[in-house]
Structure formats: structure tokens, C-alpha cells
Design a protein around this ligand. Structure first.
Ligand SMILES: NC(=O)C1=CN([C@@H]2O[C@H](COP(=O)(O)OP(=O)(O)OC[C@H]3O[C@@H](n4cnc5c(N)ncnc54)[C@H](O)[C@@H]3O)[C@@H](O)[C@H]2O)[C@@H](O)CC1
Ligand SMILES: [K+]
Length: 517
């Protein structure tokens, strides 16, 4: 699904009206009807029940007037609480205001408290205060209205986006409505899917309001990886599949104290459907990894006593990699100078698609220009914000201020695919494509989750998925495995190994529709 900023949506509205001749009134009528239909579907017919529409002075309020008119025709007793005088309402919104029964309009005198009894008496509250036109922090009577809506204890339906959420960032502008249902128009807005705004939307419905297909297709936006999107990316496994056709990953990982990272990355590659996995580890750690893994083949590298990956292991690793479909480099390798040197050498010399994570990224951060040596080869990085900050020479707050921009800029500059981890991981491609991952939960804030993702991503690349699609699917499946754990374990105490072991169920959920076992 495509997601756009509020500003882009406003340009789309203008284009539909100006270039395609669709009257703004038609778009507003379609938007209001989509909300009325969603309300009827969720809450049933009116049967004399009361609905309170809280309306601002812009077109979001205009949608609210349409909703009030249509719901009263469907048996609701509709009242409209206006936060601005009718004289301030203009354009299409004014045209719809004129169609309303004047006795349904409530306009509290300036400075008077809001009539809270209206909220108590209503069965349902519709939030049509502010939509994509919100410009600043919400204060005064608008803030009072948002607080009254939230305190009402009534189900709330938000029109387009919960009022007070910034449509471009999901940021709460001082106060925001908490809705049970949000009906957004034409395309979802970034504020509908980014935290914390998305936590206030409740169920999100994206309604068709008759926007021309060309306007939808040509709007600049980002992808949002949800179940439907992940399902469309999944390659079905053919009946003729064999272990040689499902990809052979080489995972280069491990140092003393971090053998678990190596084991999780390798096991996760298998749990994602990889045909074969070879785990290259410092020779001295081989007995530990032999015991920790079963299906995985271990490859002790370096001299017999080597407990860190060292530069001398380069020829052995290059020989091994030559017949592998993908290499993943970094989980738990540490930052010893010789290990860093090895990472830099592998970066330059490996021909295979290369996934780099963890200490592999820290080694790259010392000399990011080395990535440009791989311009003609596929490189995929999976940084968390701290690693991203080191890679790009910015601070973590700078990265967090605009995660999509940070990921997109780095991916373009260094011609790499990138998963910037965190709530709503950002996936960026060298050609400018961006997607946000829709799965995952706070239970994933625990050590080792990144090692699992590395294994998942390497496995998918090894199975032949194209890099951007592999990143989208890896992020989604990884998050979904954690989501499937929530009913079983909650969000405190789930471990990365739990997520690793849930990967097959996540893949199953993505592969099969509900109708198929
Ligand atoms: N043709 C169109 O443009 C369509 C627009 N639609 C609706 O129109 C909405 C956008 O309408 P508008 O651009 O009129 O904007 P809004 O209705 O979101 O709000 C804009 C109004 O609120 C005021 N405002 C901004 N920030 C404020 C704040 N912090 N506190 C108080 N007032 C504030 C502005 O001065 C402006 O008057 C969409 O969200 C959607 O609901 C739909 O009807 C579909 C068609
Ligand atoms: K709203």
C-alpha cells in the first residue's frame, strides 16, 4: 500500500479537481459517504441514536457536515458542534454546511466552556476537527474539544486522521484524538501509519473517493509493508524444490561472548527456508557452535587457536563464498583491528550479495567510502539508529528526526539497500524507493533481534528474492514472528530465540490466505 504526506494529498486533491475536472464537492461527498458507510458497517443503523460530529472550519469539517447529513438520513439524530462560526467556513465546506438542518448546529459562544453533556448523550462521536490542513500545535478551544472527545468514553470515528496528529510525521501536535476507527481518503497518510499517530487511529480504513488512477499512481509516496503486500512478494515454493535450489547462505560471525549471535543468525536463515547454511566462525569457537547448532554446517576459519576473525582468514572465506548464493557478515564479530581489516577486505573482494550487520557495520563506519567499491554488486545493510548514526556521521536524534530521509540519503549515496531498524523500520533502495514496515512490537526491544533479522534477510536473498523485495519481506516476517508471540508471551520477556522459532509460523501466515491451511 502506498502512503503519502498530507501535503502530497492536498496536491492530489488539487490535481483531481484542476486537471481531471472532478468537482471538489464530489470528492467531499464521496469522503463523507465513505465515513457514513464505515459507521453503518461498524455501528449498525441509527435507530434514533445520537451522533455528535465535532467540526472545524476547513474541509475536514466539511466532510463532517456530509456525514451528519447522511447519517441523519439513515436514522441517526445528528448534532454538529462547530468550533468556528459559520461565517469562517468557506468553499465546499460552506456548501455542505448550507445543506444541514440549522437546528442540528451547536455553536458555543466564544470563550464559553464546551457543552460536555452533548458528549455524554451521544452514542458515537465523529472527529472532523482537523485533517491534513493542521499547521501548528493545537491550543485553546480545539485542544479543549480534543480532550472532551477523548474523555467522552464514547466510540470515536476520526475523519481522515485523528485531529492533532501531523499527517506528515505522525507527531502529536500538543493533543490528539484517540479513535476507534479512522476512515482516510484515497491513500493512507504517513501520520496514519507512523508512531505515535498510528496508535491513535484504531482500525484504519482507506476509502476510495473517486481519485483518478493516474493521480494515485503518480503521487510521490512510500510503500507500507502490510500482510497483503508481504503476501504479494512471497515466492511460492515449487514441488520440485530441493535443498540446492533454496539457497546456500554463508554466515560469517562470532567471537568470545557472542557465539549466540552467530548461532541465531545461522538458525534464522534455516528457519526462513534457506536450503543450506554454512556458519564461518573463528576456529577456536568451533566446538561451541557445533554444540549450539544442528542443521547448520560450521566452518572453522583461521589458525587453530584463533578466537577472533582475523585478516589471515580472507583466502579461506573467499574460497568458501565463491560457491555460495549470499554472504552475511557481522553478527558478534567484535571490533578487533584485525577483524576490521578482514571486513574491509571482504567488502572489496566478495562478489556475492553481501548482508552486513552489527560489528560489520561498525567496521564499515570507519571507512564508508569502501561501500562504493561494491557499486556493481549487491550490498544490504541492517543498521539500528546507533549504527546508522556512526555510518552517516550524524547524531542519533538527527537520524530519528527523519528516519526515512536518513535511510534514503545513505542508500542513494552509497548505492546500498538498507533496513533502518526501529519501530516502523525504513527500507531504502539505491534508486530512491522507500517502504515502511508494518509489523513488529515493543517486545522486540531485546538483544539478538538484529541477528535474527540478518539470518532472515540473508536467507531470502540466497533464495533469489530481489534485494528491495527481500528487505521488505525480511523486515515484515521478522516483525510478524514477534507479533505472533504477543498472545503467547506478551511484550515483556520474549527473546530473539523465541522470534527465531516463530519464523516458520510467520512465513506460513504470509504464504497462505486464511482460506488455505
Ligand atoms: N478537495 C479536497 O481538498 C478534499 C479534502 N478533504 C478533507 O479535507 C481535509 C483537509 O482540509 P483543509 O485543507 O481545509 O484542512 P483541515 O480541515 O484539516 O483544517 C484546516 C483549517 O484548520 C485551521 N488550523 C490549522 N491548524 C490548526 C490548529 N492547530 N488549531 C486550529 N485550527 C487550525 C486552518 O487555518 C484551516 O482553516 C482532509 O483532511 C479531508 O478530510 C476531503 O473532503 C476530500 C477532498
Ligand atoms: K479529523
Amino acid at each position: 500500500m502506498k502512503v503519502v504526506s498530507g501535503q502530497v494529498m492536498q496536491q492530489m486533491d488539487q490535481r483531481a479537481i484542476g486537471e481531471f475536472g472532478i468537482p471538489g464537492l464530489t470528492l467531499m461527498e464521496n469522503a463523507g459517504r465513505a465515513c457514513a458507510d464505515a459507521i453503518t458497517e461498524s455501528f449498525g443503523p441509527g435507530e434514533g441514536r445520537k451522533v455528535l460530529v465535532v467540526a472545524g472550519k476547513g474541509n475536514n469539517g466539511g466532510d463532517g457536515y456530509v456525514i451528519a447529513r447522511l447519517l441523519s438520513a439513515r436514522g441517526w439524530q445528528a448534532a454538529v458542534l462547530m468550533l468556528a462560526p459559520p461565517s469562517a467556513v468557506t468553499g465546499d465546506a460552506a456548501a455542505n454546511l448550507a445543506l444541514l438542518d440549522k437546528t442540528s448546529l451547536i455553536l458555543p459562544p466564544v470563550g464559553a466552556p464546551l457543552p460536555l453533556e452533548l458528549f455524554r448523550e451521544a452514542t458515537l462521536v465523529v472527529d472532523a476537527l482537523l485533517g491534513t490542513g493542521v499547521k501548528s500545535e493545537v491550543t485553546g478551544s480545539f485542544r479543549d474539544a480534543i480532550e472532551a472527545i477523548n474523555a467522552s468514553g464514547r466510540p470515536v470515528v476520526a475523519v481522515d486522521i485523528p485531529s492533532g496528529v501531523d499527517a506528515a510525521t505522525g507527531r502529536i501536535l500538543g493533543a490528539a484524538v484517540r479513535a476507534e476507527l479512522t476512515v482516510t481518503f484515497a491513500l493512507a497518510k504517513l501520520g496514519n501509519v507512523l508512531h505515535p499517530g498510528c496508535d491513535l487511529c484504531g482500525r484504519l480504513v482507506v476509502a476510495d473517493i473517486g481519485m483518478p488512477q493516474a493521480v494515485l499512481d503518480e503521487a510521490p509516496g512510500v510503500g507500507f509493508v502490510d500482510l497483503a503486500q508481504a503476501r504479494s512478494l512471497m515466492h511460492p515454493r515449487t514441488p520440485l524444490a530441493h535443498k540446492g535450489s533454496a539457497g546456500h547462505s554463508l554466515i560469517v560471525a562470532g567471537s568470545p561472548g557472542k557465539t549466540g549471535a552467530a548461532a541465531m543468525a545461522a538458525n534464522s536463515a534455516l528457519r526462513t527456508g534457506g536450503g543450506l547454511v554454512t556458519l564461518a566462525i573463528p576456529a577456536a569457537l568451533n566446538p561451541i557452535l557445533e554444540a549450539k547448532t544442528t542443521e547448520v554446517m560450521t566452518l572453522p576459519v583461521g589458525s587453530a587457536g584463533a578466537d577472533h576473525l582475523q585478516a589471515g582468514a580472507l583466502p579461506q572465506l573467499l574460497r568458501e563464498a565463491a560457491t555460495r548464493d549470499v554472504v552475511a557478515l557481522g553478527p558478534g564479530i567484535g571490533t578487533a583491528p584485525s577483524t576490521v581489516y578482514l571486513v574491509h577486505s571482504l567488502l572489496a573482494e566478495l562478489a556475492q550479495p553481501l548482508v552486513i550487520d552489527a560489528d560489520g557495520l561498525n567496521a564499515v563506519a570507519l571507512e564508508p567510502e569502501l561501500l562504493l567499491k561494491r557499486r556493481e554488486r549487491i550490498t544490504l545493510l541492517t543498521p539500528h539508529p546507533g549504527e546508522m548514526a556512526r555510518l552517516s556521521g550524524c547524531s542519533i536524534p538527527e537520524i530519528e528526526a527523519d528516519r526515512s530521509a536518513a535511510a534514503a540519503e545513505f542508500a542513494r549515496r552509497y548505492q546500498v539497500y538498507l533496513i533502518l531498524k526501529g519501530a516502523r523500520s525504513v527500507i531504502a533502495a539505491p534508486d530512491g524507493r522507500i517502504a515502511l514496515n508494518g509489523s513488529g512490537n515493543p517486545g522486540m526491544a531485546s538483544g539478538g533481534m538484529g541477528d535474527v533479522l540478518t539470518g532472515v534477510l540473508a536467507s531470502l536473498v540466497g533464495q533469489g528474492y530481489r534485494p528491495f523485495e527481500a528487505c521488505c519481506l525480511a523486515a515484515y516476517v521478522h516483525g510478524l514472528a514477534a507479533d505472533l508471540l504477543v498472545p503467547l508471551k506478551g511484550t515483556q520477556g520474549m527473546s530473539a530465540t523465541d522470534v527465531q522459532e516463530m519464523l516458520p509460523q510467520a512465513l506460513k501466515a504470509v504464504t497462505f490466505s486464511a482460506a488455505r491451511p
